[in-house]
Design a protein around this ligand. Sequence first.
Ligand code: UD1
Ligand code: CA
Length: 425
Amino acid sequence: MFYNKSIIYNIFMKILILAAGRSSRFNGACSKVLTKFWGVRVVDMLIARANNVGQTYIMVNENVDKAIKHNRKIVQDMNNYGTGAAVQQYVSNMEEDDLLVIPGDLPLLDEAAMQKVTNTPGDIVIGVMRMPEGAEQYGRIIMEGDHVKAIVEHRFHEEKTQFANTGVILIRKNALHLIKDLKKNSSGEIYLTDIVQLANQAGLQVGISSLLYNCVLGFNTVDELNQLLQLAQINWRNRAVESGAVFYDISKVYFSYDTKIEQGVVVEPNCYFGPGVVLKSGAYIKTFSVFSDCVVSGAVGPFAHIKSGSIAHGSQVGAFVEVSKSDVAQGAKIKHLAYIGNAKIGENSNVGAGVVVCNYDGKNKSETEIGKNVMVGANSSLIAPISIGDSAFLAAGGVYTKNIEEMEFAIARARQENKGKKQDV
Ligand code: UD1
Ligand code: CA
């Protein structure tokens, strides 16, 4: 639902994500690009989206280098600081292709906005937005008629202009040579934004691409991050309603940037979808359920936690059930108070209340396989690794440590003895 299929990947489009800043205005626990944004690090979200549009490179500094996995990383030399210095270092090592520069602190930026800038004519194209109210820290776009004269940082130009610089800037191949002429300014930094004046002096065309502010607001402080977290949910909810799913109260449902929802899904209030969730037609999500990294076509909740795996069509995962790295097949039922980890539950099997798959011995996780039409009696523990054949019946309250064949009846508990009236014992 959230990924617009009209986005076309262009192998000749290079995208440089700037993630080497010092995060000096951000009093968070780590660099702002490593901050989690609804469960995904800002930088990982940008990489995933940029990868759909072109070939991605990323500028890092020594502090974030190890934390970012990417095979086209460049470590910035911090003796030359600023967005312009970052792009200079990239250009000095790369072949000449069109280059889209993206600041690493724009968590709302999506493929459509990137593509809009790359489709706009101009040797240089500046992604602009109308100047946001209240926020002071954006570069001012100085216009002369419909011509962009310069971009001036807020600290040198307090007065607000109609448009703000989003930091998303396209430099076409024929204008890349200008980058080397960017110079340190009075703040001791090299600003990428100075490229506008260089382009004007060289008689090159500077285009502007107007972007919606709810896709391009950035954050420098924790306060701004908190505002963007809210704004992202508004964006994601707007897109979720377009999917044709039914939401009893969408204002109480939380999505991730990549949540995919098919038509015919029903979602009750107070549910949280972390990264990597696909809700397929037929999924019915009951209140207070939490999901990540899973594909769901069956009924889940209330109060369920699906951490990763799949819940097939016609299956039911009920109240206070946690499913982790497990696949629940069609028609299977795990309706109350269970923990299912590293397991496969076969078609039409029934896992009773209070069943626990004991998948962890303190060091390793082990697998459990339950066949089709199995009945696992309530309050049983299955000590993994273990496999249960089709149509087996496991009596309630057992601690099962050995494999069970198909059609077998197994019981694994001490026999009850009734020893007479209390006063005689
Ligand atoms: C920048 C723009 C400003 C624009 C704003 C939009 C410049 C000079 N200013 O300001 O016009 O309105 O973004 O959000 O470009 N970074 C590096 N290496 C560096 C310095 C920064 O990779 O040497 C990275 C940072 O990690 C960050 C991004 O570049 O992700 C932008 O840097 P930041 O310091 O946040 O720029 P702003 O002051 O917000
Ligand atoms: Ca910024």
